[in-house]
Write a new protein. Sequence first.
Length: 402
Amino acid sequence: MNYKTNFNFENLISNSIPDLIPPKEHPKPKFDFGVAYPDPESIPISELISSLSLGLEEEGKDLAYYPHPDGYPPLREFISSKLSKERGIPVSPDQMILTDGSLESIYMLSEVLIDPDDVVLTEKYCYSGTLRIFKRFSANIIGVDCDDSGIIPSDLEKKIKEIQRVGKKIKLLYTIPTFQNPLGFCVPESRRIDILSITQQFQIPILEDDCYVDLNYEKNNYPSIYSLDSSKSVIYVGSFSKIIGPGTRMGYIVAPDTILEKLRIVKSGGGVNQFAAIAIHRYSNTNLNRDINSRNDILKIKRDAMLKALTQYFKFDEEAKWSHPEGGLYIWLELNPKFDLLKLLPVAQKHNLSYQPGTMFHPDSKIGKNCARLCFGYNQPQQIDQGIKLLSELITANPDID
Ligand SMILES: Cc1ncc(COP(=O)(O)O)c(C=O)c1O
């Protein structure tokens, strides 16, 4: 039989598939404070070419085989030495798995830990990609209040007690303690210790997402939560996305053996891309640290350009507040609660300007309309100035958007 109409998949799609994620804007707006792209000019193209070429000469024939299920061993060795030197995390290469970006790590851990309606604690506003994953696993996501130094320990304790009182199981505290996305804060050591002592008391593991740690502009050192924990309750994820580029799709997860065993079961697609890992390994062993320093010099200038423009075009405290991050890629802008930056977004996009509204980062996506995450990584300093000026003009010209 020769059916002429196209096959209809509509009725077959799983009910658990979440709504479509809006596609990234193409072409990109002129003033792009939305998605966290690094500056395309800073991608180390020739170094990556020579690293790949050297790696293929040495080991190219191994591409005939499936990679190690935990990922290319030499790259795991590099990461283990980096983590032990720089983050006080003395792990061996076999205590980690390389993944398709750190998002896959977070996805895998969610698959291992979360049953529907389990509670996951996060910072009040946190990375939208992780929220999407937690929602995919039908977690009950509860945001903990934060101030300029991160999660407020007393609110953490209060929320844990309230949740446990109604008999719900808390599976995880997910936190980005260093140069948080989107709020920009960095948690001081004493507060890291306080948070840890609460989670230890209530037997809740922490997922520490450290993907911004190397984008450190003030050179203050903050120990990883993992290094402060003697009870092995912390699971740690990191990534090459912010130090080389998200196109590398290379991240990693460090976890205690019990969890690692389960992660290996849920890891899909076999070992991570060996072709990419070979290049990243050679590059990391030669030029990575030098390049991180020079890129940080550029990012620091861009951060300062955005802070200066905000001071110039907004009145701090009267009209707006914003964060002053020591690192990372984001400034968090908070306007008068009556103002709706979600509604302003299409107007801004018509003017070639983009940002991400605060609602994207709140577990309850109705909260945060008066806030926005502004990423300073992509545009040049002069464009940042023009873009922030435009944003303030659009806000003033659209007072009815509230
Ligand atoms: C806090 C945080 N974690 C994880 C990711 C995902 O990174 P990757 O590209 O390694 O999947 C991002 C990306 O922006 C992020 O901000």
